[in-house]
Design a protein around this ligand. Structure first.
Ligand SMILES: Cc1cc2nc3c(=O)[nH]c(=O)nc-3n(C[C@H](O)[C@H](O)[C@H](O)COP(=O)(O)O)c2cc1C
Length: 285
């Protein structure tokens, strides 16, 4: 009887993008994804030997793969049948960052470079912790000080994400890793996995679509709320102005709007002495 091919995807993440990659990979191989924290180590260490293939994925933190020393030390006690690694960072995907991260994390001869993969994740500067902001901030300041023409592609694109939230995660980039693992399966095992993997990938895609739609709806709701607050504020101001002040204020607003729409002459009609509500606040009708 044919044995199922079982894949275990262990991961470490600081902000979730490595988890997403681990789940995409687990779907595509009909495997199991599990966070490999210190706390859960007895559990995942016990699993390592019972799977046909173990993948360890981690986010890159100041050039090092998160949790890799612990994982390597676990491997001195439990030996997986087959293993591959992936890391997730903010540099653009490509051979050069892959090899840099490979050389930073493995000694020469320690790991076949074909079993190492690099994916690009997400950088949400606002969501970082205090220490992370300090470390990354120092690196960004260094890039900021460079002449733009001296920045390489990676530096320029990481700088673009500074103070922002940029997600470069790309599901299609897992294909080489998925192919690599499938290379260890028999044709029968591949055939057995395929329909289940397809169904899992479709279910995840559907869930992600729904999450994205819910997120967009929430953003829309907040924007509407903001517009309403601005309008309410404006109405309140107008209500508390004297007639003349109100007329002057409305004339100024109309001139500003016309100027915004390209009527340069309207600029002349903007009376800078009529500023905001605070000028009128104390006036009593
Ligand atoms: C303090 C800090 C240091 C980082 N160092 C690197 C790095 O050396 N190389 C890299 O490619 N990305 C680096 N990054 C970017 C993260 O690896 C990237 O945002 C990744 O997607 C985070 O994965 P996670 O969401 O699973 O935690 C760093 C991020 C932080 C916060």
């Amino acid at each position: 009887m044919m044995e199922d091919f079982r894949t275990l995807v262990l991961y470490r993440t600081s902000h979730g993008s490595t988890k997403r990659y681990a789940e995409w990979i687990a779907d595509a191989l009909n495997g199991e994804a599990m966070e490999a924290t210190k706390k859960t180590s007895p559990e995942w260490m016990a699993k390592i030997q019972t799977y046909d293939f173990v993948i360890f994925g981690a986010n890159i933190n100041a050039r090092g793969m998160n949790g890799l020393p612990e994982f390597k030390s676990a491997l001195t006690r439990v030996k997986p049948k087959n293993i591959a690694y992936f890391c997730v960072g903010s540099y653009p995907a490509g051979d050069q960052p892959k090899m840099e991260h490979y050389n930073d994390n493995f000694k020469p001869g320690e790991l076949d470079e074909d079993a190492f993969f690099y994916f690009r994740g997400r950088l949400d500067f606002i969501g970082l912790g205090f220490l992370e902001k300090r470390i990354l901030g120092a690196y960004m300041k260094k890039i900021e000080k460079m002449y733009p023409e001296d920045r390489n592609e990676a530096e320029a694109s990481v700088l673009e994400a500074y103070y922002d939230d940029v997600d470069w995660s790309d599901k299609r980039t897992i294909i080489p890793l998925v192919k690599y693992v499938r290379g260890f399966m028999t044709q029968e095992q591949k055939d057995a996995i395929e329909p289940i993997a397809k169904a899992r990938m479709a279910a995840t895609a559907q869930r992600e679509e729904e999450e994205e739609a819910a997120w967009e709806a929430e953003m829309q709701r907040r924007e509407e709320l903001h517009k309403k607050n601005v309008a309410d504020d404006e109405a309140y101001k107008l209500k508390h102005m004297k007639k003349k002040q109100r007329e002057a204020y409305l004339a100024k607003k109309a001139a500003e709007k016309a100027a915004e729409e390209g009527d340069d002459e309207a600029l002349l009609n903007i009376d800078e002495t009529i500023d905001d509500y605070s000028d009128f606040e104390d006036d009593k009708e």
